[in-house]
Design a binder for this molecule. Structure first.
Ligand code: ADP
Ligand code: ADP
Length: 216
C-alpha cells in the first residue's frame, strides 16, 4: 500500500529532513509517526501525495511508483489520499457543507450525488446539524471534524494527518483519534504524525519513530 525504500529528502538550502528511510505500511493499518519537532514527520507525510518529491529512494503508493507519475496523473493520486492538517485549512467564507463538498466539486460530481456524499461524511463525524454553519462559529474540535469530513468525502483509501490534534485539549484529541479509528475499522489506511506521546502510547497502534530524519 505505502512503501518507502531508501528515501532521502534534502530541501533547497541543504536541510536534510530525511536521511534514507525504508518502511512499509500495509492496507488497513493505522500507524503513528512520532518524534520531536524537526525530526521529519511532516516531510515524510508530504511525500506520499507528492506535495514534495524525494531527493533519492523510491516510494510506492497503491502499487504505483511515484517516480513514474507524470504531472497529469498527480490529481488522481491525490484523490485517493485524504489529507488532514493541524490548522484544518477550512475556507472561512463558505459554509460547512460547501467546505466538505469542495473536493467533489473539483472532481466534477453532479449536485445530487455530491449532496448525498457530503451528508454521509458529515454524519460520520457527527456534524450533520451544522451543515449551514460558518466554520468560524464552530469550536476547534468541530472545525477539525469538518476537516476530516472533507478529507474522507472522496472515499480515499489512505488518510494522512499531520498533527491533527496539535491545537486541541487532551479530551478532544482523544475524540479525534477515536474518529480515525472508526475510519480504520472500515478499511482505511491511516498515517498520523503526532508528538503527543502519552496519547499515542494510550491508543497502542504501530509507531514509526523518527529522530533527526532517520527511523529509530
Ligand atoms: P517535523 O514535522 O517532524 O517537525 P519537518 O518535516 O517539518 O519535521 O522538518 C524536518 C526538517 O526539514 C527540519 O529541519 C525543517 O526545518 C526542515 N524543513 C522542513 N520544510 C522545509 C522547507 N520547505 N525548506 C527547508 N527546510 C525545511
Ligand atoms: P455513502 O455510501 O453514502 O458514502 P457510507 O455510510 O457508506 O455512505 O459512508 C459515509 C462516509 O464515510 C462516506 O461519505 C465517506 O466519507 C466515509 N467512508 C465510508 N466508507 C469509506 C471507505 N471505504 N473509505 C473511505 N471513506 C469511507
Amino acid at each position: 500500500m505505502i512503501r518507502f525504500h531508501g528515501v532521502a529528502k534534502r530541501y533547497p538550502g541543504g536541510n536534510d529532513a530525511l536521511r534514507g528511510i525504508s518502511f512499509e505500511v500495509t492496507q488497513g493499518e493505522m500507524v503513528f509517526v512520532t518524534g520531536p519537532s524537526g525530526a521529519g514527520k511532516s516531510t515524510l507525510l508530504r511525500l506520499i501525495p507528492l506535495l514534495e518529491r524525494p531527493t533519492r529512494g523510491s516510494i510506492i503508493v497503491n502499487d504505483v511508483n511515484l517516480a513514474t507519475l507524470t504531472r497529469r496523473r498527480i490529481p488522481y493520486l491525490r484523490r485517493s489520499i485524504g489529507m488532514i492538517f493541524q490548522d484544518h485549512r477550512l475556507l472561512p467564507d463558505r459554509s460547512v457543507f460547501d467546505n466538505v463538498a469542495l473536493p467533489l466539486v473539483i472532481a466534477g460530481f453532479e449536485h445530487k450525488e455530491a449532496q448525498r456524499r457530503v451528508r454521509a461524511a458529515l454524519d460520520k463525524v457527527g456534524l450533520l446539524d451544522r451543515e449551514r454553519s460558518d466554520p468560524a462559529t464552530l469550536s476547534g474540535g468541530e472545525q477539525q471534524r469538518v476537516g476530516i469530513a472533507r478529507a474522507v468525502v472522496s472515499r480515499p483509501s489512505i488518510l494522512i494527518a499531520d498533527e491533527p490534534t496539535g491545537n486541541l485539549d487532551p479530551a478532544l484529541s482523544e475524540e479525534i483519534m477515536r474518529l480515525f479509528e472508526q475510519f480504520n475499522r472500515i478499511g482505511v489506511t491511516l498515517m498520523i504524525a503526532s508528538h503527543d506521546h502519552a496519547l499515542v502510547e494510550r491508543l497502542g497502534h504501530r509507531r514509526l519513530h523518527l529522530a533527526d530524519g532517520a527511523l529509530a
